[in-house]
Write a protein that binds this ligand. Structure first.
Ligand code: SF4
Length: 352
């Protein structure tokens, strides 16, 4: 099933909007998510980062705490657990423990009936294959493929070498992992760099068919970053959406973060081709100075322009057959739940 068909189907039977100017079936999606951070420690030092601490400075979240939290999230109607981790260096003696910890967090989420999506920076192929068993999808931002940023904002960030990040997308394709990637915009790159990055993603998707969505994330300065840059102009973000629409295959969703744009900018991005607002949890861990709006406030903001906000799962429907078989019943139950009552929690079906 192509994405456009899925959206049209899902919007059938919805209530008409109370505006004389609305266009029916203009659907934008989001995922009801909770971001879980195993650790903030990261061996990279990107100059714009508002997330990291130095290695050893961020105690890893305890599995007991996660085990207590997951059922509560489930009761609140959360569907996705976005496992977002700082990185332990590839050759560190702590790397295996770090990966095992992330794996166990995903198992706890599944055990509570929630759907994990992990983004933990570049992984080895074997690490990806391990996490594939306990994730319904995974992600890693390409950011930009130009190597010029390695001399500026990524001077002390070995994980940000473009070839490493493209290799992740390639391995995800080979392994059959539904994948989320994206561009970080406004770090000093040019518009032609955006096109190069979009084309690189499009090429890999054409080969493997595994890129479910591409995030266009505007740099938005925060209080903790080492070097304060300037925010990307909203007009530039709209332009990036137009370029993404022109260069990405039609079955790849274009996502923008609704907490990093004004309401006018959000509507302009939707008109330009954005189709998804990502995982909405109260706190944006990557941009902690910019809280996410609630789904209810977003729904009210976009409805007068004829847009309808609909929840989705962290795996797009066309990828369900790719899932490891132990994960399939849980995803199918969530699909059935969203077809019925879109906010009703579902019982856990994943064996502990
Ligand atoms: S942006 Fe990501 S990779 Fe860079 S320092 Fe922050 S957490 Fe680490």
């Amino acid at each position: 099933m192509v994405m456009g068909q899925a959206r049209a189907d899902e919007s059938c039977g919805s209530s008409p909007l109370a505006s004389s100017t609305f266009t029916p079936h203009r659907v934008v999606t989001y995922s009801r998510a909770h971001t879980l951070v195993p650790t903030y420690e990261c061996f990279n030092r990107c100059t714009y980062c508002n997330f990291r601490t130095d290695p050893g400075q961020s105690p890893w979240v305890s599995l007991g705490q996660v085990a207590r939290q997951m059922p509560l999230l489930h009761q609140q109607g959360v569907c996705e657990v976005l496992v977002l981790s700082g990185e332990v260096a590839p050759h560190s003696p702590r790397r295996a423990d770090w990966l095992r910890h992330i794996y166990q967090i995903c198992e706890l989420a599944l055990g509570a009936g929630l759907l994990p999506h992990t983004n933990a920076g570049p992984l080895s192929r074997d690490e990806m294959a391990q996490l594939q068993q306990v994730n319904v999808s995974m992600g890693l931002m390409v950011e930009q493929v130009t190597p010029s940023l390695l001399e500026t904002v990524h001077r002390h960030a070995p994980s940000k070498r473009p070839e490493i990040r493209l290799q992740q997308l390639e391995w995800a394709g080979e392994l059959g992992i539904p994948f989320t990637t994206g561009l970080l915009l406004g770090l000093g790159e040019s518009e032609s760099d955006w096109v190069d990055s979009l084309r690189a993603i499009a090429t890999l998707h054409t080969r493997y068919g595994h890129i479910q969505e591409v995030i266009l994330q505007p740099h938005s300065p925060g209080q903790q970053q080492l070097q304060r840059g300037t925010a990307l102009a909203e007009t530039a973000l709209v332009q990036a959406v137009q370029l993404a629409k022109a260069h990405l295959p039609k079955n790849v969703a274009i996502q923008i973060p609704p907490n990093l744009v004004s309401r006018e900018g959000l509507l302009a991005c939707l008109e330009a081709g954005a189709t998804d607002l990502g995982g909405l949890s109260p706190v944006d861990e990557v941009n902690p100075d910019y809280d996410h709006p609630t789904p209810e406030s977003l729904r009210a903001a976009i409805a007068p322009a004829g847009w309808q906000l609909q929840p989705r799962l962290p795996i797009y429907p066309q990828y369900d057959p790719w899932l490891p078989s132990p994960l399939q019943p849980l995803v199918h139950t969530w699909r059935a739940s969203q077809r019925g009552s879109r906010s009703e929690p579902v019982p856990s079906e994943y064996p502990n």
